[in-house]
Design a protein around this ligand. Structure first.
Ligand SMILES: C[S@@+](CC[C@H](N)C(=O)[O-])C[C@H]1O[C@@H](n2cnc3c(N)ncnc32)[C@H](O)[C@@H]1O
Length: 377
């Protein structure tokens, strides 16, 4: 049985806990920390499940050792004593990601990474007479080393690429919101399969795609093609394929409708294509200026959820005007709706001019923002 650490963005820890409870994980196995949740007593099937289903997870790490160190050599010894051959073979490549905070032995995380790399190489060489190679760009196996003061955690990454990369995006968009954050916002706003969803500034359509996945109970990983655990020696392909089948069998119907607008025609195309990739082609996505068209779909109620431009290039007064105009549209055109606006421009967001039902601190990666939720009457 393994101890697992599931990382997420700061501010999403409680939603991640809720997701884990929904999967039937007993609260006694869960421990929250900053930017993540530890889960004890996990088997490989749990690890596959977390990677396939969790919407608010970024990475699932398996804890291989957690210890106090009194010298740099203690880190080498700990890594030297792990049975790496349980996880990967000498023919596979690996990479070490190390972080060292407040350590008297490791001023430099590169030194920690090199020691662990040496320990792994020495371990294989002693046991098998050969060593695996290091690949910084496309390693088969990624090992994480976290040194915090005098404690060290060595773990192996079961996810590979961050889990916000769901695999359904067709094109590159300049300022997308993270899929993980979009899913968390939809959950906080209480979105479900009977509601309509409208993003008036939809960009590449992340909120709309995540809304469809959430409402239909479609697994977050359904469109992803690869996870790091598939490279492990102990990968049980049959178990993973069974899990995929049983999770996909729980996909349900969506009885709401999805609407989107954006000023930029290219974004409209991207959103349509991304929605098509998740299996929803009947959305109404149009090129329009929200301030001119507002609720031109004439929909009675639903969830309006959006992340407008933060206005980094605007003066605060211009950004305030932009948000104030949004608030005016909400009041005039969307009575009966729930609205949610996420922005990292908190002063401008406050200028929206309506009293939020909830103000939720959330981070879009390193950017601190707020999700304001409104009931519009
Ligand atoms: C931060 S991006 C949204 C990103 C989107 N959530 C995604 O994940 O791709 C803001 C979007 O608002 C659009 N926009 C700006 N002003 C607008 C307006 N007045 N009406 C409609 N869309 C607008 C921009 O073209 C841009 O695509």
């Amino acid at each position: 049985m393994y101890q697992v650490f599931i990382s997420t963005y700061q501010g999403l820890e409680d939603i991640l806990i809720e997701e884990l409870k929904e999967l039937g994980i007993s609260p006694s196995r869960l421990k929250v920390s900053r930017r993540g949740v530890s889960v004890s007593g996990c088997d490989l099937k749990d690890i596959y499940t977390f990677n396939y289903l969790l919407r608010t997870a970024l990475r699932v790490l398996i804890n291989l050792d957690h210890l106090r160190i009194n010298s740099a050599n203690d880190l080498y010894d700990a890594a030297r004593n792990i049975d790496w051959s349980e996880w990967f073979s000498v023919r596979q490549s690996f990479k070490i990601d190390a972080i060292a905070n407040n350590s008297e032995f490791f001023r430099n995380s590169l030194y920690a990474a090199r020691l662990v790399k040496d320990a792994i190489v020495d371990n294989f060489r002693d046991n098998e007479g050969k060593r695996p190679s290091v690949d910084f760009d496309y390693p088969d196996v990624k090992i994480h080393v976290l040194i915090s003061g005098n404690t060290t955690t060595l773990s192996i990454d079961s996810s590979g690429e961050s889990l916000h990369k769901r695999g359904y995006k067709s094109g590159i968009f300049r300022a997308p919101i993270s899929e993980v954050l979009a899913a968390a916002m939809l959950k906080q706003a209480g979105f479900n399969s009977k509601m309509n969803l409208f993003d008036p500034m939809c960009g590449s359509g992340t909120i709309l795609c995540e809304g469809y996945l959430l409402a239909t109970n479609t697994p977050a990983g359904k469109f992803r093609r690869h996870w790091a655990f598939q490279e492990w020696k102990n990968y049980d392909k049959g178990e993973f394929l069974n899990l995929i089948d049983s999770c996909n069998a729980n996909i349900t119907k969506f009885s709401g409708s999805i609407y989107g607008t954006d000023l930029v025609g290219n974004n409209v195309g991207l959103t349509k294509s991304n929605l098509g990739n998740v299996g929803y082609s009947s959305g109404r996505i149009e090129k329009a200026d929200f301030f001119e068209s507002a609720n031109h779909f004439n929909v009675e109620s639903g969830l309006l959820l959006t992340n407008p431009p933060y206005g980094e290039r605007l003066e605060l007064s211009e950004a305030r005007d932009f948000y104030k105009n949004m608030g005016d549209q909400f009041k005039q055109q969307f009575s009966g709706w729930t609205a949610g606006v996420f922005s990292a421009n908190i002063p401008a967001l406050k200028g929206l001019g309506l009293k939020p039902r909830r103000r939720i601190p959330l981070w879009n990666g390193p950017l601190e923002g707020r999700l304001f939720l409104y009931d519009l009457y």
